[in-house]
Design a protein around this ligand. Structure first.
Ligand SMILES: *Cc1c(COP(=O)(O)O)cnc(C)c1O
Length: 412
């Protein structure tokens, strides 16, 4: 029983005890939370740290001479170093606190975008989240650049040959998702980064769906930017991180102007602060940053390789059971995938299935998952998506399958 061994080695039962939100009922049924791709639940340590921060430590940072302000500043800067160390970024000033993945990508789209010229090209892919499409369309409109899109095959994998044809000396940036939130595909990002660098292009990885599921190492990947959201990595909402290589960040103009990002302000001329503060205008989400570090401290204690294996097992287990259901079509069947199972059932609308699952205590997401171009590619209006985290179990999947069968019977 590979299943039970993995579960025991990872300590899934005791992990579950750390997440209070998992232990409740909805509509009188035990909650099964399979919507981790939208946002993850939080461990008690993160929840406690938010309470503690506002009860005892609240102060503004980088400004005050008083005790609380200095303590909050130290903790916020320590949080930056905790995250730096977790993703193995070379320098702490390369960790920029943002509001989340969307904010990080917009920061790069605006500030790196300012260094682009007419005729420059940006490459994205057909499986991007709207957050990694629309900011680039806005840059292209502003700067007269061209957006190129890597197509995907019927399994939901990037067509790498097409990528090699799209890239040229005109390409300035390749912005690609590390893991697809809709298909679960793990993209061959190391190869993409190597090819891009050979062509003189920079690479941004949308890490919203990868950092919580696998080891990510900035120096090993050698990406130029990496953006992720705190709330998907078991931390608070409203905070995230953009990693960027120092020399590139230094060459970019600021994104927003205000407090904290300046060195000296006069009406004639303002000079900007050093990294990372140049990109952190205004009072940040101080509690968010400090408490996000707590979720990395939590992750640090887990064996991430085991997490990867366990989650892959959950996906394979779910797919095997789902495929026994008549009319089942799994959307996203890449050889290398993780944590997400998207599907449609012939003749049934995903929303109806999701609604009936909800009434049985099961939280999934239905719809286009902010990836409308993927829906068009597969010729479907949306999918039902179950997305797993390391606290989910095969027993929950069994209950989900039973509930799904019941829902299908009701709808047919
Ligand atoms: C969730 C998600 C985003 C957007 O993240 P926000 O937290 O909403 O900013 C971007 N890309 C992918 C792949 C996502 O899953």
């Amino acid at each position: 029983m590979i299943d039970q061994e993995l579960k025991v080695s990872l300590g899934v039962d005791s992990i579950r005890d750390d997440f209070p939100a998992l232990h409740q009922e909805v509509y009188g049924r035990k909650l099964i939370y399979f919507d981790n791709g939208a946002t993850a639940q939080k461990p008690q340590t993160v929840i406690d740290s938010i309470n503690h921060y506002y009860s005892k430590e609240n102060a503004n940072i980088h400004r005050g001479v008083h005790f609380l302000s200095q303590q909050a500043t130290d903790k916020y800067e320590q949080a930056r170093r905790t995250i730096q160390s977790y993703i193995n970024a070379p320098r702490e000033e390369e960790i920029i606190f943002t509001k989340g993945t969307t904010d990080g990508i917009n920061l790069v789209a605006f500030a790196f975008g300012e260094t682009l010229h007419e005729g420059d090209e940006i490459i994205i892919s057909a499986m991007e989240h709207h957050s990694n499409i629309v900011p680039w369309q806005m840059v292209c409109e502003r700067k007269g650049c061209q957006l190129k899109v890597i197509p995907i095959n019927e399994k939901g994998e990037l067509k790498m040959e097409a990528f090699k044809e799209l890239i040229s000396e005109r390409t300035r940036l390749v912005s690609i998702t590390h893991v697809s939130n809709t298909l679960g595909t793990i993209n061959p990002v190391k190869e993409i980064i190597e090819i891009a660098h050979k062509n003189g292009a920079k690479v941004l990885l949308d890490g919203a769906q990868s950092i919580q599921h696998m080891k990510v190492d900035m120096q090993e990947l050698d990406c130029d930017f990496y953006a992720f959201s705190g709330h998907k990595v078991f931390g608070p909402t409203g905070v995230g991180v953009l990693y960027g290589k120092k020399e590139i960040l230094d060459s970019m103009p600021p994104y927003q102007g205000g407090g904290d990002m300046i060195e000296k302000v006069t009406f004639e001329k303002t000079t900007y602060n050093v990294l990372p503060f140049k990109f952190e205008a205004g009072t940040p989400n101080i509690a968010g940053g400090i408490c996000l570090a707590k979720s990395f401290e939590y992750l640090e204690k887990l064996d991430i390789t085991l997490v990867e294996q366990y989650e892959r097992h959950l996906v394979e287990y779910a797919e095997e059971k789902l495929l026994k259901i008549p009319g089942m079509r799994i959307i996203g069947t890449a050889d290398n995938k993780t944590s997400v199972v998207s599907f449609v059932i012939e003749g049934l609308h995903p929303f109806d299935i999701g609604t009936l699952l909800d009434k049985q205590g099961i939280a999934v997401r239905t719809g286009h998952h902010c990836t409308q171009p993927i829906m068009e590619e597969f010729g479907i209006p949306g999918t039902v998506r179950a997305s797993f985290a390391f606290y989910n179990t095969t027993e929950e999947i069994d209950t989900f399958i039973q509930a799904l069968e019941r829902s299908i019977n009701m709808l047919q």
